[in-house]
Design a protein around this ligand. Structure first.
Ligand code: SAM
Length: 282
């Protein structure tokens, strides 16, 4: 995969030389190139921003500078008849970036990430590339505001990069992770020593009984997800749950109702005395 990042702070992306992503770069699995947006300016001061039309605080990044940069960089990776680059624009007003976005982007051959600063990039840049047939994703890494798109680019490139074949040594370790295909958070994990600060590793994990360990982990994943991310439980496909899963979820206050999972305490028909009684309705 090729990834081009355009930024006014190329040094910010130096972290991508480290760890697994750095290794993937050195192994040729990820061709990552970082560009200084100011290389496409045409004035002595290498200006990339100007005051906002309509007034207001802050500065806005100029579309002409971005247009020159992106025209060069977007065309650079595709080659003859190759797929056009997918333009990723980090912005707090974008769709929230999830593991599903990471998976979809990991299937691309060429990503270009445009890192904004100041009040962001002139809105015509995204409009122009969409209108000219490019795929453009405006993505937020969460409901908060950063000073620039570089940290968001680091987040997305790491999430995408570790999904590329060969990057994570044991691909099995990607299967049971939080936010994977099961739609659950991962179960708690432990290592040596078996006793630490008065806290013992659960006996089952020391039992060597693989089926019991697998069931315990699945139960803990269900419980942790129900406790921390009820939105994820509500999104589970009941058809993908076995009978034991349904019983565990019932004990946590969730029932299968009308082809989806519903929390008893949310139900319109909930009466006095009802709660996490373990009732299963199918
Ligand atoms: N004025 C913009 C707004 O309110 O939506 C915020 C601009 S922010 C100060 C500058 C840049 O940081 C954005 O153009 C974007 O590249 C990046 N950025 C900030 N928060 C982000 C987030 N949550 N996700 C992705 N990128 C973000």
């Amino acid at each position: 995969m090729r990834v081009d990042v355009v930024t006014i702070f190329p040094d910010y992306l130096a972290a991508l030389d480290l760890s697994l992503v750095g290794k993937a770069r050195r192994a040729g699995l990820l061709d990552l190139r970082v560009h200084d947006l100011r290389d496409w300016t045409s004035d002595r001061h290498r200006t990339v921003d100007d005051t906002p039309f309509g007034g207001g605080a802050g500065m806005v990044m100029r579309p002409d500078v971005w247009g020159r940069a992106l025209d060069d960089v977007m065309g650079a990776g595709g080659g003859d008849g190759g797929p056009a680059a997918h333009l990723v624009v980090p912005t707090p007003s974008g769709e929230v970036f999830t593991q599903r976005h990471a998976e979809a982007l990991a299937a691309e051959e060429h990503l270009v990430v445009a890192c904004g600063r100041y009040e962001g990039i002139d809105a015509r840049v995204v409009e122009h590339y969409r209108a000219t047939g490019h795929r453009v994703s405006e993505l937020s890494i969460g409901d908060y505001v950063l000073n620039g798109g570089e940290v968001a680019a680091l987040v997305m490139i790491e999430a995408v990069g570790r999904l590329l074949p060969g990057v994570v040594g044991n691909p099995e370790s990607l299967v049971e992770e939080s936010h994977g295909a099961a739609g659950l958070l991962e179960y708690p994990v432990y290592t040596k020593p078996p006793a630490w600060e008065g806290l013992d590793v659960p006996d089952v994990l020391l039992s060597g009984h693989h089926a019991r360990i697998e069931r315990w982990r699945r139960d803990r994943a269900l419980a942790r997800t129900a406790q921390r991310r009820p939105d994820m439980v509500a999104a589970l496909d009941p058809g993908a749950l076995d009978r034991h899963d349904v019983d565990v979820l019932a004990g946590l206050g969730w029932v299968v109702d009308g082809g989806r999972l519903r929390r008893l305490e949310d139900g319109p028909e909930q009466g006095p005395g009802e709660g996490t009684s373990g009732t299963v309705a199918e």
